[in-house]
Design a binder for this molecule. Structure first.
Ligand SMILES: [Zn+2]
Length: 379
């Protein structure tokens, strides 16, 4: 590795970039984006910042070497999850090398990947690229995925293939479930409990809503199965319920929150429409108002089986592409028309944890894989 590897790794971690749906702890990612733009500009890449609309101080970066259609995108997110410094044995905002590991917040998920990419591209800076090599760095993957959504809205970048370097232990991933998180608010009317006619009981309406959801879940699980997943069916989890205030008052309002994990082939919009259709008759039966809202924008399932890149990755890594339980920006890059897989250094077991690290054993093999892919798609 060049002497710059540890330095860049360290500087990437030092730029705070927590993303969170809680505005009190949400941070800009511009420190990371500007660092990457400067670093790759110095190597001869053309760098372009893409603002994420409606988000204060958030941007994506497209860094391109070479021109023309086709080519390869190496993609990663610049943000990290929030962290609890007291639980760390090292400074989370700096790289610490110890026991053949590189420790720090975002070491494996996934700022460290950009240092690996920086290393991998060194051999191609003077090459006559026939197709472009593109580095994509996104904002807010850990919260809203707004960075990736922005790229889909812009229709960029375009390339033949894309690798997202999330920590997969260098095994190619071609499939994951989608997720939706929804809320249901039942607005009834409170009143004295001695006479049910004095109000509209939101809790009783919610009882019917929950029954309908559980029947719907059963129906989904009969309809959809996918043997590539450990949990081979879609799931629907009732996670939160709040309602009412006193046993002697008719319950005036009730709120439910649940998630749905979608298998490939299930579109979130269609599922939401079916849920809306289920709750409409319950509202009129109980003469209450029922509102369905999305708590997060949701991520579709990802499925890129039998792809050229998947086969190539299998040859390079010795592992057939697999499915995973976590969501990624894969569906968004796929929507842009790119043959997309998830393949990166480090383990998801260390992600979102105190004392996150990337094992140094993964670095050189990852560089070799990326260089083989660059040769295949860009030379
Ligand atoms: Zn990640």
């Amino acid at each position: 590795m060049t002497p710059g590897f540890n330095d860049l790794f360290n500087r990437l971690l030092a730029e705070h970039s927590v993303s969170s749906s809680n505005p009190a702890i949400d941070q800009s990612n511009l420190g990371v984006i500007n660092l990457l733009a400067d670093t790759f500009s110095d190597l001869g890449f053309t760098c372009e910042l893409v603002d994420v609309p409606g988000h204060h101080k958030k941007a994506n970066l497209i860094a391109t070497l070479g021109t023309g259609p086709g080519g390869l995108v190496l993609s990663g997110h610049t943000d990290t999850v929030p962290f609890d410094e007291a639980l760390w044995h090292t400074n989370p905002l700096a790289m610490t090398e110890k026991d053949n590991r590189l420790y720090g917040l975002g070491a494996t998920d996934m700022k460290g990947f950009f240092a690996v990419v920086h290393e991998a591209v060194q051999d191609f800076l003077d090459a006559d690229l026939q197709q472009p090599l593109i580095i994509l760095a996104t904002a807010d993957e850990e919260s809203s995925m707004e960075g990736a959504r922005t790229m889909v809205a812009k229709g960029r970048p375009k390339a033949r293939a894309a690798v997202i370097g999330e920590p997969t232990g260098l095994r190619p991933i071609h499939m994951h479930k989608g997720i939706m998180m929804e809320g249901i608010h039942v607005q009834g009317r409170s009143g004295h409990s001695s006479n049910p006619a004095l109000g509209r009981n939101a809790l009783e309406a919610m009882y019917d809503v929950i029954s309908a959801l559980l029947r719907f879940r059963q129906q989904l699980q009969m309809e959809y199965r996918n043997p590539h997943f450990v949990i081979d069916m879609p799931t629907l989890n009732l996670g939160v319920i709040h309602g009412g205030d006193n046993p002697n008052r008719i319950c005036g309002h009730c709120d439910l929150e649940f998630d749905v994990r979608l298998l490939p082939g299930m579109a979130s919009d269609a599922i939401r429409e079916k849920i809306a259709a289920l709750i409409a008759p319950i509202a009129s039966k109980h003469q209450v108002e029922i509102k369905l809202t999305r708590l997060i924008p949701g991520v579709e399932a990802f499925d890129n089986m039998d792809s050229e890149l998947g086969r190539l990755a299998e040859v390079l890594t010795g592992h057939a592409p697999e499915s995973v339980a976590f969501g990624t920006e894969g569906p968004f890059l796929q929507q842009l028309g790119m043959d997309t897989i998830i393949l990166g250094p480090g383990s998801i077991d260390q992600a979102h944890q105190p004392n996150e690290y990337m094992s140094l054993d993964q670095v050189r093999p990852c560089i070799n894989i990326l260089q083989s892919l660059i040769k295949q798609y860009c030379l």
